[in-house]
Ligand binder design. Structure first.
Ligand code: ZN
Length: 311
């Protein structure tokens, strides 16, 4: 996630979570419950179901924390579980009703949700990047986003996200952002790829990636688009930190960053950032959330206790 140089929000201490400390888990529930609920609610369209999904998510998180993979952030770990539980729920519902809602703004059809979990290597056969190279690629992309954010080049950020993550054609980007002409779009893409190569070159083991970026620059579009699009979304390369979304909701973000944050949320429809916004927008529903947190605390506590005092 990109932070634009400001302070990060609280992240849990994984070691304390693995030691099954109540306090740390409680704070996890407080911090993430609202946005998980917003995510599940948006997809299931059902408050009760969403609460169940959140409860299952947190229990899943407690159970699985021993195998936590530090390649991911804790939020990615949690949202990954939440997505799977949501898919499970929609599958069960599909089995019951044999039909699914398909409204634009309503719950996502299960097929598209399931597709979100596909990894680039599942899509691009034969020529996929190694996992190490993908990590490196995500790092380099994040660095590019970070530096573009600091330069306050928000339009450039939008253009590159549209091309890289959205798979938009130059022509559509040009029209959408009212740029001079299509060549301007191609120019932005060319310079971004060049900068990515520079960023990759200064890293150890950047070779795989350089090879790949060179292929992309030479116009191996298919490979480039498919792999990059999934990577960008999966690794949340451009997701703004939560405090930026809070400012968007409060209307204090400022025109320039707003261009990008708004684009990321409403054009790219990033599900994680949308969940954050839903959560942040639902001020006044604290009482309801409080009840859910209470319920989560109870189920987590019971589980932790059963692990501590096996009888
Ligand atoms: Zn996002």
């Amino acid at each position: 996630m990109t932070d634009g140089g400001a302070t990060n929000e609280w992240v849990p201490d994984i070691a304390r979570l693995q030691a099954r400390e109540d306090e740390e888990w409680l704070r996890v529930e407080r911090t993430y419950c609202g946005r998980l609920l917003a995510y599940a609610h948006r997809r299931t369209g059902d408050r009760q179901a969403a609460e169940d999904v959140v409860q299952e998510t947190l229990l899943g998180a407690v159970r699985g924390i021993g195998d936590f993979d530090r390649v991911f952030t804790f939020e990615q770990y949690l949202f990954g579980i939440c997505k799977n539980r949501t898919i499970d729920h929609l599958r069960r519902r599909k089995a019951r009703t044999m039909q699914l809602p398909e409204a634009e703004e309503g719950p996502a059809p299960i097929e598209s949700l399931a597709r979100e979990t596909e990894t680039p290597s599942a899509i691009v056969r034969g020529r996929e990047l190694s996992e190490r190279a993908r990590e490196l690629y995500a790092e380099v992309l994040r660095e590019w986003v970070e530096e573009t954010w600091k330069e306050r080049e928000f339009l450039r950020l939008c253009v590159v996200e549209a091309l890289f993550a959205g798979g938009w054609r130059n022509r559509d980007v040009w029209k959408h952002f009212d740029l001079r002409d299509e060549t301007a779009v191609a120019g932005i893409k060319f310079r971004a790829l060049k900068r990515l190569r520079q960023l990759a070159a200064v890293r150890e083991s950047g070779n795989d990636l350089l090879h790949y970026l060179a292929a992309a620059s030479e116009g191996d579009e298919r490979l480039f688009d498919l792999d990059l699009r999934a990577l960008w979304r999966e690794k949340r390369v451009s997701c703004p930190a939560r405090h930026w979304i809070a400012r968007l909701v409060a209307g204090t973000l400022g025109k320039e960053p707003e261009l990008f944050v708004h684009f990321h949320l409403d054009e790219m429809r990033c599900p994680w950032c949308q969940a954050n916004r839903d959560d942040l927008s639902s001020a006044g529903k604290e009482a309801e959330l409080e009840l859910l947190i209470e319920r989560l605390r109870e189920s987590t506590r019971r589980y932790l206790q059963s692990r501590r005092d096996p009888d």
